[in-house]
Design a protein around this ligand. Structure first.
Ligand code: FAD
Ligand code: NDP
Ligand code: 3IO
Length: 417
């Protein structure tokens, strides 16, 4: 039940009428909403710029990555993880799960379809979504395709593009510089002095991985950071946080988490890990900053294997000058400086998303816009937030779809009489 009709316009561009929602992105969010729509017999199309599902997980994450939240918070709707999966599935296990999820619900995204623009046409009350193919087709036909449909589901994620900061002197540095999305393992860095810029979950784990491969990482903490233990007395800190937030005001939940963190980790400030004045949950809610869940980097900071350094002033050939005036010799730089949404680059004429590419309405109201627009996976609540958006979105579209098909059935019945 593809629900697609293809035609060519006068510029030989392919136009595809989609009888159902157009979903942009085949990551966990796009797959989850598609699976929920499949259950309701609503046809759809999924457009994906890469040549595979879950491209963030398959192509832009490092080898040793594991989910950092327990598995029950990371599974998608209607199909749990296999029972023999560990509490924190590996990257490979998560990808296998997503592949089997797509297979189970018979989801076949259109790959190599990078959405360049999407616009609501007030006159026809339809979305026009233009996608560029990866390669031009033989003959005169343009590789661009225009998809036209009643509903648009944005599922391109909070991590669609890497953030690359402007660092003075970067061109003169001369050594190898890459974003963490291109980092696979510390193997390539054996014996090297590596500057890791950023101290989020990526910066911490990459620094740990570098230590495990006999490299010498220096990790830049330009400001402050909340590090929490991944577990407290065998219970996941994330689960504990959810429990606390259910019964207590946010500030109190934060206070309790910080006391527990202090009991498990001790005073981390003496190692250069200054805590922000706002609590970890408050910061996650207001700025989307995920606290670091420690899986071993802290031990390496304590032992001095990871050298914590302040902000960067400028780079010069083979060297970095820090804001405190120190000069370090460095062979390579890894930018663990975060990610951003790309929605502002392609979604036009709509004020539902902020300039940062996330819905302006906070959770749980950011999933539905006007004129058949939906956003799945922009809650700053990881995979569990994506699942909750997917279920709501599919319910809503399923209801509208049901109403439309009922009208069509009545017209058909009336015509036959
Ligand atoms: C290293 C890392 C580890 C993480 N670990 C966890 C974790 O343990 N637990 C957790 O809950 N969350 C985690 N997250 C958060 C992460 O956002 C989710 O795991 C999840 O990947 C979100 O799914 P998504 O489908 O919304 O976005 P994505 O996985 O980013 O998928 C979006 C898809 O859209 C495609 N796309 C983007 N732009 C376009 C376009 N213009 N046209 C067509 N296709 C497009 C992309 O190619 C991609 O395949 C992690 C994130 C990172 C970066
Ligand atoms: N499952 C897992 O184990 C993992 C999960 N993740 C998730 O992926 C998402 C992205 O994480 P991550 O890649 O760490 O990105 P984050 O956005 O969480 O962190 C970016 C870091 O880069 C720093 N930074 C940015 N620009 C500069 C600069 N110019 N100079 C110095 N520092 C800079 C930020 O500092 P500042 O705070 O001062 O802005 C911050 O410490 C998060 O949600 C995270 O939880 C990531 C890795 C592993
Ligand atoms: O891993 C991520 O990026 C997430 O967003 C998961 C997440 C949601 N809320 C949190 C609070 C603490 C640590 C991780 C998360």
């Amino acid at each position: 039940m593809a629900g697609l009709t293809e035609q060519y316009d006068f510029l030989s561009r392919r136009c595809v009428w989609v009888n159902g929602p157009i979903i942009v992105g085949a990551g966990p969010s796009g797959l989850a909403v598609a699976a929920c729509l499949r259950e309701k017999d609503v046809p759809f199309v999924i457009l994906e710029r890469a040549d595979c599902i879950a491209s963030l997980w398959q192509k832009r994450t490092y080898d040793r990555l594991k989910l950092h939240l327990p598995k029950q918070f990371c599974q998608l709707p209607m199909l749990p993880f296999p029972e023999d999966y560990p509490e924190y599935p590996s990257r490979k296990q998560f990808i296998d799960y997503l592949e089997s999820y797509a297979k189970h619900f018979k989801l076949s995204p259109r790959f190599n379809q990078s959405v360049q623009s999407a616009k609501y046409d007030e006159t026809s009350e339809l979305w026009r979504v233009r996608a560029a193919g990866a390669c031009a087709e033989p003959g005169n036909v343009s590789a661009d395709v225009e998809y036209i449909g009643r509903w648009l589901v944005v599922a391109t994620g909070e991590n669609a593009e890497e953030v690359v900061p402007e660092l003075e002197g970067l061109e003169e540095f001369g050594g190898d510089v890459k974003h963490v999305c291109d980092y696979k393992s510390g193997e390539a860095y054996r014996g090297k002095r590596v500057l890791v810029v950023g101290c989020g979950n990526s910066g911490m784990e990459v620094s740990l991985d570098l230590c495990d491969h006999d490299a010498s990482p220096s990790m830049v903490i330009r400001d402050s950071v909340h590090v929490l233990p991944r577990e407290v007395l065998g219970k996941s800190t994330f689960e504990l946080a959810i429990l606390l937030m259910k019964w207590l005001p946010l500030w109190l939940a934060d206070k309790i988490l910080l006391v527990l963190a202090w009991l498990v980790l001790g005073n981390v400030e003496r190692f250069g890990l200054r805590r922000p004045s706002a609590g970890p949950l408050e910061l996650k809610n207001t700025q989307g900053k995920t606290p670091v869940l420690d899986i071993g980097a802290l031990g390496k900071i304590r032992s001095g294997d990871i050298n914590v350094v302040p902000g960067i002033k400028r780079l010069s050939p083979g060297k970095v000058e820090l804001v405190d005036g120190r000069l370090l010799d460095v062979d390579s730089i890894i930018l663990a400086t975060g990610y951003r949404s790309n929605v502002p680059q392609w979604l036009q004429g709509c004020d539902f998303f902020s300039k940062d590419g996330v819905p302006k309405s906070p959770f749980p109201n950011g999933w539905k816009g006007k004129s058949g627009l939906y956003a799945v996976g922009f809650t700053r609540r990881g995979l569990s937030g994506a699942s909750s958006d997917a279920v709501r979105t599919a319910m809503d579209i399923g209801r509208l779809w049901g109403e439309e098909t009922n009208v069509a059935k009545r017209i058909f019945a009336c015509h036959r009489r």
